[in-house]
Ligand binder design. Structure first.
Ligand SMILES: O=C(O)C(=O)C[C@]1(C(=O)O)C=C[C@@H](O)C=C1
Length: 329
């Protein structure tokens, strides 16, 4: 842990990621993560309003949920946007971002100096390196319209700056109550208190900045994935409005949770993320020849556990929060 006022180790571009044979070996529990390039391509609104920054244009998630209004959109657009299949495809794509970035973060040690609120060493800033990084990133992204998108949720809403680009009116398919739902505080706490210590090896390897950059992209992906629960909930509500309305009027949270839970979907999510973690995390020999027993960069069970114990439950919690307010005036 760095002492107050000291400067965290400066990452060298040449700094070698610590070889972590089994940083996740003691993982017993929860957690997950997300990534930067992906988050820039993320929001449908961002993709539309900030097209020059949008990465590849080939990403389904950006175009899935909402579209600028007044663009002559056909009526069928909204039903495409709100089909459960289409929303689930977005969740599947976010799995890649989350797993790739977990893999990236797992190469570094914990690096406690990045989280020490007294040790960022940044003049004039009262907080940790990770807070500085995320606040700065969110300020900049807010300026290009990121948080005007209904599927983007900042960790520090009070610090955002005004957009510098002309605003685009997006057709928001969600109920207005969605604007008041933000579970990032919870995501932040679970990530730093629970997931991160299980994901990485203890100690410092000098890669504070790199670690914090990975954390930031992971947090953004987690946030996006979990808040997508509101679109899932909206789609489910529109499929069976009467059924859901009864439970909403009765404020029956257990009933809502039961109605929106699809055990078979959850099992297939777990199977898929295990396979992705195995596939993406496999070490490939430098000459690409098959290895008899290829080592893994990250324990796939960690990712399964993350989804099972944390990501899917939080997504469902967001769905319930949203539905409870779905009939508000
Ligand atoms: O796909 C859905 O129906 C969702 O609500 C999403 C999700 C998930 O988080 O992946 C959550 C609850 C369901 O039981 C299945 C999957």
């Amino acid at each position: 842990m760095a002492s107050p006022g000291s400067t965290p180790p400066v990452d060298s571009p040449l700094a070698k990621p610590q070889s972590t044979s089994s940083p996740l070996a003691n993982l017993q529990g929860t957690p997950a993560a997300h990534h930067f390039p992906a988050s820039l391509r993320l929001g449908p609104a961002v993709a539309a309003s900030v097209r020059p920054l949008s990465a590849s244009g080939s990403r389904a998630p950006d175009a899935v949920l909402s579209k600028p209004s007044g663009g002559g959109g056909k009526k069928s657009d909204e039903s495409d946007v709100l089909s459960l299949d289409s929303i689930r495809r977005t969740l599947i794509q976010l799995e890649d971002t989350i797993i790739f970035n977990l893999l990236e973060r797992s190469q570094f040690s914990y690096n406690p100096a990045a989280y020490d609120r007294n040790a960022s060493g940044i003049a004039g800033f009262n907080g940790s390196l990770i807070e500085y990084l995320i606040q700065g990133t969110e300020k900049l992204h807010a300026m290009v319209g990121r948080y005007k998108s209904p599927d983007e949720h900042p960790f520090f809403p009070e610090k955002l700056l005004e957009p510098v680009l002309p605003s685009v009116q997006y057709k928001n398919v969600l109920h207005h109550a969605a604007a008041s739902i933000n579970v990032n505080k919870q995501i932040w706490d679970v990530y730093f208190d629970d997931l991160l210590p299980r994901l990485v090896g203890e100690g410092s390897d000098g890669n504070c900045g790199s670690s914090a950059c990975c954390d930031a992209t992971i947090l953004q992906a987690l946030s996006k994935r979990i808040h997508y629960g509101m679109f899932v909930a909206e789609a489910k509500f529109r499929e069976s409005p009467d059924k859901y309305s009864a439970a909403i009027k009765a404020k029956d949270e257990d009933k809502l949770m039961e109605m929106l839970t699809y055990k078979e979907v959850e099992e297939s999510v777990k199977r898929r993320v295990r396979f992705k973690a195995l596939t993406f995390g496999r070490v490939v020999g430098s000459d690409a020849s098959p290895m008899a027993d290829p080592p893994l960069k990250m324990e796939p069970d960690l990712v399964v556990e993350l989804y099972d114990k944390w990501l899917m439950p939080l997504t469902k919690e967001v769905e319930v929060h949203y539905l409870l307010r779905r009939l508000d005036n």
